[in-house]
Write a protein that binds this ligand. Structure first.
Ligand code: GRF
Length: 205
């Protein structure tokens, strides 16, 4: 049996963070293997990227699912079938039900393009510019049922520059995301993200 943690990445679109995780996991000593990429949108660009890198993909179209519970039920079944141990959300644009999150407690992580707890939600960069802050960044955190909440694993700071638009700021933050997410996953899986060993227990459960 492989010693590497079997990770599924959930996407809805471009999948550039997914690609960064896949690249990191190719390293011999990286503690995770990307075993599966799942998209809730059949047209997600990231699916092609994953396939081109030889990663197994699956589509669970939320429009066909009926209800949120049915979607999450099908997702749970797929992940269990594939022996997935940890889920990385990477631009996955759906809220997961509290039941799903609780059954994967401590085993779902997410990246958000702000320094949480500031600027939760889908328009983080617009909120950042509206607030006039000079430093923003990105956060990798454990997922709890409430959106963009949960223990923080790692953060990176990024300057907001004069004249920034949502697009220029998003592009700068995205570069930091691509470095942060693989590092945060590594820190978590090697027990270095928290001072206590509480989460190691969750991961190996
Ligand atoms: C990233 O900015 C991520 O932080 C946010 O959605 C975006 C997804 O980009 N949750 P990509 O699909 O990883 O390229």
């Amino acid at each position: 049996m492989s010693e590497k943690t079997r990770v599924a990445i959930l996407i809805s679109g471009r999948g550039s963070n997914m690609a960064a995780l896949i690249a990191a996991a190719k390293e011999k000593d990286y503690p995770a293997e990307i075993a599966l990429v799942v998209s809730n949108r059949p047209e997600a660009e990231g699916l092609k990227t994953a396939q081109a890198r030889g990663i197994q993909t699956a589509v669970l179209d939320h429009k066909q699912a009926g209800s949120r519970e049915a979607f999450d039920g099908a997702l749970h079944q797929l992940l269990v079938q594939q022996n997935i141990q940890l889920i990385c959300l990477a631009g996955f644009m759906r809220l997961l039900t509290p039941g799903f999150v609780m059954s994967w407690e401590g085993r779902i992580i997410n990246i958000h393009p702000s320094l949480l707890p500031a600027f939760k939600g889908i328009d983080a960069h617009a909120q950042t510019l509206a607030a006039g802050v000079k430093i923003t960044g990105c956060t990798v955190h454990i997922v709890e049922p409430e959106m963009d909440s949960g223990p923080i694993l790692a953060q990176a700071a990024v300057p907001v520059l004069p004249g920034d638009t949502e697009e220029t700021l998003a592009a700068r933050v995205l570069q930091a995301e691509h470095r942060l997410y693989p590092m945060a996953l590594w820190l978590y899986l090697t027990g270095q993200a928290f001072p206590s060993d509480e989460t190691d227990m969750l991961i190996s459960a």
